[in-house]
Design a protein around this ligand. Structure first.
Ligand code: DP6
Length: 328
């Protein structure tokens, strides 16, 4: 007997950043965040729980991946099994329609798709609270990919994370804004987000200032979205990114996620702004720059940024949909 389901989800990029955890076991964020779910970068995942399977099996883009005990995938599957009340092992097949090697975040789309497919395959309910809990055990940014458009995720205060739920602020298609994903190098990042944020929490002298300011930035971001104020959203997007990287840079050892091209792209965005083209940069725990733009300027800005020395590629994404189930 097996039960199988397939789901897809899109990547999301934080405009107001999550960096730091208030509970590492449940992977609860120390700060709230605000993100755009993208119309590009999709992960599709099938899960089947099968009687007689000796262990969980995971295949990513046709390559088998070993699932260690305690790894995030196992935590999500174990939680699904415990809620469903069975012990059947899972066969998980996952595919990204983008190059993971380029160092683009695949964990958010990956764990949002896994949460939905695994919950459905196990016969659990697929309410947002259930899916957000499962997705978050995989990755703190993954609950945001459950919803489309612009999404806020409050840090919450409850010990079990029940008040740490994603909320859609504007649906996809309701605001003519885009993100240009500027690829500045290849290869995966040296220090992953989880490790980087823990190092920041434990060693960066700026961490408490970060927590304070992050809460204000989230409020600023929410107000900007409510007022459809692109400039205000862009300014808080850049500020939140620079504050996050300042905290990381001040950690011991210092976390420097940028390469030279990252800096050149940020400078180019500033120069274009001085020419009257509104655009704002944000960078995650890797070297690529994501640039928030109005749709009307997107093609011109993509061309300008694509011409910066060292830039490999510029992808364009609109606000996209939340996770969805595929028919079998
Ligand atoms: C810089 O969600 O990858 O992209 O919860 O440990 O999986 P874990 O971290 P992750 O961190 C995302 C950090 C960020 C900012 C953000 O997306 O909010």
């Amino acid at each position: 007997m097996s039960s199988r389901a397939t789901a897809s989800a899109r990547a999301n990029i934080a405009l107001v950043k999550y960096w730091g955890k208030r509970d590492r076991r449940l992977n609860l964020p120390a700060v709230g965040s605000l993100s755009m779910t993208l119309s590009a970068l999709t992960t599709t995942t099938s899960v089947s729980f099968e009687e007689g399977l000796p262990d969980d099996e995971f295949t990513l883009n046709d390559t088998p991946v070993v699932i260690d005990n305690g790894c995030r995938m196992r935590r999500v599957l174990d939680e699904v099994r415990s809620q469903a009340g069975f012990s059947k092992r899972a066969r998980v097949l996952s595919r990204n329609d983008f190059a993971t090697a380029a160092g683009l975040a695949s964990s958010a789309s990956g764990f949002a798709a896994l949460a939905l497919a695994a919950a459905r395959a196990a016969g659990l309910d697929t309410k947002l609270t259930t899916l957000a809990h499962l997705a978050r055990l995989g990755s703190g940014s993954a609950p945001r990919s459950l919803l489309g458009g612009i999404v806020a995720l409050e840090a919450g205060e409850s010990a079990d994370g029940s008040d740490c739920l994603p909320v859609q602020l504007t649906p996809e298609g309701s605001w003519e804004i885009e993100l240009l994903v500027v690829i500045t190098g290849s290869g995966s990042k040296e220090v992953g987000s989880a490790e980087g944020m823990e190092l920041s929490r434990t060693t960066s002298p700026y961490y408490s200032a970060w927590l304070r300011e992050a809460a204000r930035d989230l409020a600023r971001g929410r107000r900007a979205v409510a007022a459809r104020d692109f400039g205000a959203l862009g300014r808080v997007t850049e500020a939140s990114c620079f504050r996050m990287h300042a905290v990381a840079l001040a950690a011991t050892p210092a976390l420097l996620y940028w390469n030279g091209v990252t800096v050149e792209v940020i400078r180019k965005v500033q120069a274009l702004r001085r020419l009257g083209l509104e655009a704002y940069s944000t960078v995650d725990a890797g070297p690529h720059v994501k640039v928030l733009v109005c749709s009307r300027d997107s093609a011109r800005l993509a061309q300008e940024l694509g011409a910066v020395d060292g830039v490999l590629e510029v992808l364009t994404a609109r606000p996209g949909p939340g996770a969805w189930e595929e028919s079998e």
